[in-house]
Design a protein around this ligand. Structure first.
Ligand code: PNS
Length: 172
């Protein structure tokens, strides 16, 4: 039951690359954790877009540290089709975050494809508008070029990014 005594839908999956997780991702996680009894943040092993900067373990650890205070949220990973993973996990819903209207265009066809594959529905949550311009790729680019992204990522992520920068500097 939520605070209003309304039964929550049981299970949801929030998938992504999380390379790295941003405050926008965390905002969606917090919102979804209030709606669903059980939320699994599902980190894709091999993001399609490009080789990730952070390893799977790093991406999972960053999220785990950020959700320590959310008892109904767990962090897992998946390979292959999201639709297959959702079916295997008996998940009722896939959660996707929307930042701007243009996000919806590709998300809608993805949602329809996932539903045609596994009959799983996708629900969209809008992150806070103050994060509407924040993306993992932009955060990485700005940070590694020396810009301040402290307001855009959770503290644990900032620590992981700083460590990664040191490692990259010492190996170059
Ligand atoms: O954070 P991202 O990179 O936008 O997340 C994308 C993700 C992981 C949700 C998407 O790439 C995905 O679902 N990958 C699994 C492969 C898959 O199912 N592809 C078909 C979707 S139509």
């Amino acid at each position: 039951m939520n605070n209003n005594g309304i039964a929550r839908a049981p299970r949801a999956i929030y998938p992504g690359s999380f390379d790295p997780p941003t405050n926008g991702h965390l905002d969606v996680i917090v919102r979804a954790s209030k709606i669903f009894a059980e939320l699994t943040v599902a980190v894709v092993v091999n993001p399609q877009k490009r080789e990730p900067m952070f390893t799977l373990d790093e991406r999972k650890s960053m999220i785990s540290e950020c959700v320590e205070n959310l008892p109904n949220v767990k962090v897992e990973h998946f390979r292959g089709l999201l639709a297959d993973y959702a079916k295997e996990k008996k998940s009722d819903v896939i959660i996707k975050g929307l930042r701007v209207v243009s996000d919806f265009e590709s998300e809608m066809s993805t949602a329809l494809m996932n539903r045609s594959l596994s009959d799983v529905d996708t629900m969209f949550l809008m992150s806070d508008q103050k994060y509407s311009f924040v993306s993992s790729s932009m955060v990485k680019e700005v940070f590694f070029l020396g810009g301040d992204v402290g307001a855009l990522v959770p503290d644990p992520v900032m620590r992981f990014m700083s460590r990664k920068r040191e490692l990259l500097r010492s190996s170059s």
